[in-house]
Design a protein around this ligand. Structure first.
Ligand code: SF4
Length: 384
């Protein structure tokens, strides 16, 4: 795993909201997941393609040899080649928009320590041409689409790049893009240098508090990626404090209270999940978690060799057709088999997307509000 700044750009959303979290995290072990390692590999492939395309021309032989090496990595997936192409296609489009070849840097260390103490990170792609500084970030994750709009990680990279290059280039506009090909998501934002620098000044005191481990703990959705999310006392206190609910007057709670309880329950279930993960990993390491122990989970019977087992049945009079089902592929499996373009070309007349079932979502959810149902429709939905 590479070197990380205490105030890393990727965790800035968290330390800007909860300033003491950066120092608290330092006390807890870092963990890596297979997803993070897959992401690093995909980044290396993306970097190679970008370098070949416009930074350090490379013969087909040398390029193929390096791709072959990537393919030997057990985490390599064929789709990494396609998704890194999407990233490169986006960059190629940006480059073609300039009247003369712009400056391009790949996987460049960016120092934004004038805004956040000791702050640095790595920019996947920096393009500077005309008066424009363009920061492009490649995200291989497929959890939730990450928006470039008002994104502090991108703005910190932009501040660092501006600090380094403003002596050489007359930059007046910053563009920021997050390419997240596994979610078909390309999110863009732009702002003037004045706006960027104003934001930079506004975060300086907050970053200082975070670096010094001071300020107030503040819970919220940013806790999701915090290393302290299971053991943080502020989070525990937040979820365990039920004062507001004590104020509720019997016998019936109001609709406002229903909304508030549901909101709290969503956060609570995420918190309980992180506690379970923590307790399980402690027990697996032989440590004690008061009141809990490890047991063997429910095991599912399996054939040692299904083909041979079925052969025994067929030798004993069972027909092959009784033992095997013929099932069509699902729509997604078919699309994967045929390829997106061919699938669209051949089958669009056969695809129908029915309206989704009404689902509860928080007010802040970006989806449009569902059209109101008639009383009869609503009754039918609840009965489903
Ligand atoms: S879990 Fe949340 S409240 Fe606790 S330190 Fe981390 S970000 Fe702050």
């Amino acid at each position: 795993m590479g070197e990380h700044a205490l105030l890393s750009a990727s965790s800035s959303h968290r330390w800007l909201h909860c300033t003491p979290s950066a120092r608290l995290e330092e006390k807890l072990p870092e963990s890596s997941s297979q997803y993070a390692e897959e992401g690093s590999l995909a980044h290396e492939i993306a970097e190679l393609k970008l370098r070949k395309y416009c930074i350090e021309p490379m013969g087909a032989r040398a390029f193929n040899a390096r791709i072959k090496k990537f393919k030997e990595n057990p985490l390599f997936q064929e789709e990494m080649l396609k998704h890194t192409d999407t990233y490169l296609d986006y960059i190629a489009g940006v480059l073609h928009g300039f009247s003369s070849p712009p400056y391009v840097a790949a996987e460049k260390k960016i120092d934004y320590s004038s805004y956040a103490p000791d702050g640095f990170g790595t920019g996947d792609c920096i393009i500077i041409g005309g008066n424009i500084l363009h920061i492009i970030d490649f995200k291989y994750g497929k959890g939730v689409p990450v928006s470039a709009k008002d994104n502090p990680q991108m703005k910190l990279y932009a501040l660092g790049a501006y600090t380094e290059y403003s002596f050489l280039y007359p930059i007046d506009t910053v563009k920021m893009t997050i390419v997240q090909p596994r979610l078909d998501s390309i999110s863009e934002d732009s702002l003037s240098i004045e706006e960027l620098l104003k934001w930079g000044e506004s975060i300086k005191p907050i970053a200082k508090l975070a670096f010094d481990g001071e300020g107030e703990y503040s819970t919220g959705e940013h806790c999701r990626f915090c290393r302290a999310k299971a053991l943080c006392r502020a989070r525990a206190d937040h979820y365990l404090s039920l004062e507001e609910f004590h104020k509720m007057k019997p016998p019936l709670i109001s609709k406002e209270e229903v909304g508030e309880i549901l909101k709290r329950a969503q956060e609570l279930s995420a918190w309980v999940k992180s506690l379970e993960e923590f307790a399980l990993s402690e027990c697996l390491q032989g440590n004690e978690v008061s009141g809990w122990k490890l047991v063997e989970g429910r095991a599912v019977r399996q054939f040692v060799n299904q083909e041979e087992a079925f052969k025994v049945l067929m030798d004993n009079g069972f027909e092959e057709t009784m033992l095997y089902e013929r099932k069509p592929l699902t729509l997604t499996e078919t699309e994967k088999l045929v390829g997106k373009t061919k699938f669209k070309e051949l089958l669009s007349a056969y695809i129908h997307t029915p309206p989704g079932k009404p689902t509860l979502a928080l007010k802040e959810d970006k989806r449009e509000t569902f059209k109101r149902l008639t009383a009869a429709e609503a009754f039918a939905e609840v009965g489903k």
